[in-house]
Design a protein. Structure first.
Length: 370
């Protein structure tokens, strides 16, 4: 119990990891630039620790402590493996994830000097969220330090209820896949006010009125999905933000604080439960393998034991050394003959030969007397 308390206390002193995700064009890189600048100005003695995981970005607008481009050459991967843009991004992430333990070591070493660790993911969201490397990075990071998902949406493009529903479906899939605290950042609120999106999330009737004005075939699907996502919206954190002006920064930090608390209240106990379950499953597997090994060895031991006992019985059944009187030979044979033994036939033949020679000798003796 004291060890668990110690682990929880140690995790509470660690910085918060912010995984920034979003569709291409949603403004993730600009958002990371504004977030980094705001946190730097708020506390220059404890600036954020920033990592860039996009190997294809041409112009990085913020200083990165760790940059994937320093480890993997995106264009060289395309040339060497004959891949397209998305395939090269995925391969670069796979290569980078093989060294992610070293990245975690650097983060843990620097954690006393930082309150936030920001990860800027690739623009092609599916490359990160549904790839093996993305899962490895997310799960390893979440099991090490408190982790929060920041899903960036372009609110200017979500004025259409169909596009809004597409973004919500993707956000829902990421939430249930990662099972981590989740915050939706309605970016570009300086262009279009984000109030309508918040209202659509909270009031189903309002969204239904908006979707009924759509005449496209896909609007029927959006209408059905809105009922499914109604429970998804209940505890969902959403905040309007402008990467240009910094509007909504205070609300965003409050949401991040709440999400960090959720990590310790919900995710961390569940993680400990999964670890304990995995440990028990591993112990059961080892016990089964040990029992299987014992079962495999037991028949061999019994066969070896039966072989030794049969050899001992053969030695006991063998005739003693020295001459046996002919009168006792038949009695000895009847008492010690083993059915099915290979010696039975040879003993019978020997007795028959001796009886025949004895008969010949008696016949010759009788003729000599005459």
């Amino acid at each position: 119990m004291s060890e668990k308390v110690g682990e929880a206390g140690d995790a509470a002193s660690k910085p918060t990891a912010l995984l920034v995700m979003g569709m291409a064009g949603s403004g993730k890189t600009t958002f990371v630039q504004r977030l980094t600048a705001e946190l730097q100005m708020a506390n220059s003695e404890r600036p954020p620790y920033v990592l860039n995981l996009d190997p294809a970005v041409a112009d990085l607008r913020y200083p990165a402590n760790i940059d994937i481009r320093d480890t993997v050459n995106y264009k060289e991967v395309m040339t060497q493996y004959g891949l397209g843009p998305n395939g090269a991004i995925m391969t670069s992430l796979n290569l980078f994830s093989t060294k992610f333990d070293q990245v975690l070591s650097l983060i843990e070493k620097r954690s006393p000097d930082h309150d936030h660790v920001i990860f800027d993911t690739p623009g092609q969201i599916e490359v990160f969220t549904w790839s093996a490397s993305g899962s490895i990075i997310t799960e390893t990071l979440a099991s090490t330090i408190p982790t929060v998902i920041l899903y960036v949406m372009d609110v200017a493009k979500c004025t259409s209820p169909v596009t809004f529903m597409s973004n919500m479906m993707y956000a829902c899939s990421i939430l249930y896949k990662t099972e981590l605290p989740f915050v939706i950042v309605l970016n570009k609120s300086d262009i279009v006010n984000h109030a309508f999106a918040i209202e659509w999330m909270r009031d189903y009737e309002t969204f239904l009125d908006a979707i009924n004005q759509e005449e496209s075939y896909i609007s029927n699907l959006s209408r059905s999905l809105s009922l499914v996502l109604d429970d998804f919206y209940c505890d969902l954190r959403a905040v309007g933000f402008s990467s240009v002006t910094g509007m909504g920064m205070t609300d965003l930090m409050e949401k991040i604080t709440d999400a960090r608390k959720e990590y310790f209240d919900d995710f961390l106990p569940e993680l400990e439960r999964k670890r304990e379950k995995a440990r028990k499953r591993e112990e059961e597997r080892k016990a089964e393998e040990l029992q299987r090994l014992k079962d495999d060895l037991t028949p061999s031991a019994s066969r070896y034991s039966s072989t030794r006992s049969s050899k001992a019985a053969s030695r006991k059944a063998s005739p003693p050394r020295g001459m046996i009187p002919p009168s006792e030979l038949l009695e000895y044979r009847d008492q010690n003959e083993i059915p099915g033994s290979s010696n039975t036939q040879s003993t019978r033949e020997k007795l028959e030969d001796e009886s025949f020679e004895k008969w010949i000798q008696e016949t010759r003796a009788q003729k000599n007397k005459k």
